[in-house]
Design a protein around this ligand. Structure first.
Ligand SMILES: [Zn+2]
Length: 95
């Protein structure tokens, strides 16, 4: 099974950062737009994973990679809360 490790990290960053963006809608469409935006901008880190075996994670835990992913996810959250495709602006827009 081939897996992009970055996907997990982007999803985790999304969960951490989302509460900081009250204007962000958060529906499935907006969530996927944020994840897609981020995943298209962060280089993938693929690993092959066999059922039941533990993979030594590619050095993605390095603070630097984590910070880089969070920056991209924040950018995505900002962009999509300004112009959500679903048309729901959620709450008060920060200026
Ligand atoms: Zn939405």
């Amino acid at each position: 099974m081939i897996k992009n490790l970055v996907e997990d990290h982007v999803t985790a960053a999304y969960a951490t950062l989302r509460p900081h963006f009250p204007a962000f809608c958060g529906c499935d469409l907006c969530r996927e737009d944020v994840l897609t935006f981020a995943l298209n901008r962060v280089p993938p880190r693929y690993v092959s994973r066999r059922e039941g075996s533990v993979v030594t994670e590619v050095n993605l835990e390095k603070e630097q990679s984590r910070a880089a992913i969070e920056v991209v996810v924040m950018e995505a959250l900002r962009k999509i809360s300004v112009a959500p495709r679903c048309g729901n602006r959620g709450g008060v827009m920060p200026r």
